[in-house]
Design a protein around this ligand. Structure first.
Ligand code: NAD
Length: 379
């Protein structure tokens, strides 16, 4: 089997789907790679490194699409890229089928097979392929670095000959993969850290990182299905916002990561919360791409409101492209271990990883949740 790796074309996307390390490993199981020249440049992988790993270099994307049966990408393809695909080819990328189910109809029209890295089940067996987690880890880490860089103050307590500087208070809302990484990073930088989540199950994880867990009693559990949070009712969200507003007034840096799959991000940091923070405070909103957890976030931008910096930048993993690509590439290799047998693609539908990940099969939309989202959008 030949895997094609075109250079990413989406604005701001600096990652690459496969790095040389993975390509060398795949070669041992009979999978060869054709890589567009320069595909790894933005993530610090040179063409020479790809060649040394055994990849063939292609002069342009059209050459990659023409010669490979299987295309590995990070971002979903543009219409121009999709037009380069032919019936029977397979595409693997972050396709976000539930965020934009209509886009899936284009893959079906092109009669390709489309696999989505963000649809891999969050199960123990699939952990090594879990690209949502590998990239969320990077987002959580980078969010704290951005906050520290934007802050006019030290994070740790410092005792100097000119007296003592107090540690800053960092509050992380949403303690999933990104949130826990943010908590661990802020702790390492010496901040006083607290975390909050509607899923009571994470309390222990937050505390095990040395952070305080903020409890808000909503009466009933915030746990949804599959380990995710459920969407809160309007009343629950209003109660949560009121309590959080008072607490946030005592905080210097807020990192928000709260998400409910397939929905707009819940607004947890109100305008009143922002306006009560002391000047120089920073909010990093990792949910900006789905609308934001802060009422004042401008998705994609960094703004200042009353001396408080609100960072709503997109795609933080792409700002650490080398390690983000390495982890993503390993995730892909682990998935290939399940779907490639004796050098050929075999999509065994009795396997829950295959069922979860296959969105379109030879032109037919087979993914249950995507079909349901499409039906909802038509009614
Ligand atoms: P996510 O990105 O969907 O959400 C981030 C966090 O926001 C979650 O912890 C969620 O509970 C929280 N949240 C949602 N609404 C909130 C609200 N109103 N207020 C406060 N917090 C709110 O989550 P994720 O990081 O993708 O992880 C989701 C689940 O998947 C977790 O249970 C995690 O342990 C699990 N998981 C399992 C595996 C595995 O077993 N392979 C791998 C990764 C994650």
């Amino acid at each position: 089997m030949v895997i094609g790796v075109p250079a990413e074309t989406a604005a701001g996307e600096r990652r690459v789907a496969l790095v040389p390390e993975t390509i060398a490993k795949l070669a041992k199981s009979g999978i060869s790679a054709i890589v567009e020249r320069g595909a790894g440049t933005a993530s610090a992988f040179t063409d020479d490194a790809y060649e040394a790993a055994g990849a063939t270099l292609a002069s342009d994307a059209a050459d990659v699409y023409a010669k490979a049966a299987f295309i590995a990408k990070v971002a979903r393809p543009s219409d121009a890229e999709l037009a380069l695909m032919r019936p029977g080819q397979t595409l693997l990328a972050f396709l976000a089928p539930l965020g934009d189910p209509q886009s899936v109809e284009k893959y079906a029209a092109q009669k390709i097979t489309a696999l989505s890295m963000d649809a891999i089940p969050r199960t123990t067996r699939a952990q090594s392929m879990d690209a949502l987690s590998s990239q969320a880890n990077i987002g959580g880490y980078k969010a704290v670095l951005l906050a520290a860089a934007a802050s006019p103050r030290f994070l740790p307590m410092l005792t100097t000959s000119a007296g003592t500087i107090k540690a800053q208070k960092v509050f992380v809302i949403g303690a999933g993969v990104a949130g826990l990484r943010a908590i661990a990073t802020a702790k390492r930088l010496g901040a006083t850290v607290s975390g909050y989540d509607t899923r009571a199950a994470v309390k222990e994880q937050v505390q095990s990182l040395g952070a305080a867990f903020v409890e808000i009693d909503l009466g009933i559990s915030g746990e949804g299905t599959g380990g995710y949070a459920r969407a809160l009712s309007d009343e629950e969200q209003a109660a949560q916002q009121r309590i959080l507003t008072r607490y946030i007034h005592t905080i210097d840096i807020v990192i928000t990561t709260a998400a409910v799959p397939g929905r707009k991000a819940p607004v947890l940091v109100s305008e009143a919360a922002v306006r009560g923070m002391r000047p120089g405070s920073v909010i990093v909103d990792l949910a900006a791409e789905t609308g934001g957890n802060c009422a004042l976030t401008k998705p994609g931008e960094t703004i200042e409101v009353g001396g408080v910096t609100i960072i709503g930048l997109f795609n933080l993993p792409s700002s650490m492209p080398s390690d983000a690509s390495t982890l993503y590439s390993r995730n892909i290799a682990a998935l290939l271990g399940v779907i490639v047998k004796d050098g050929a693609l075999v999509l065994d539908e009795s396997d829950e990883i295959v069922r979860g990940t296959t969105i379109v099969r030879d032109g037919t939309i087979v993914h249950e949740a995507t079909n349901a989202a499409l039906a909802r959008s038509r009614s």
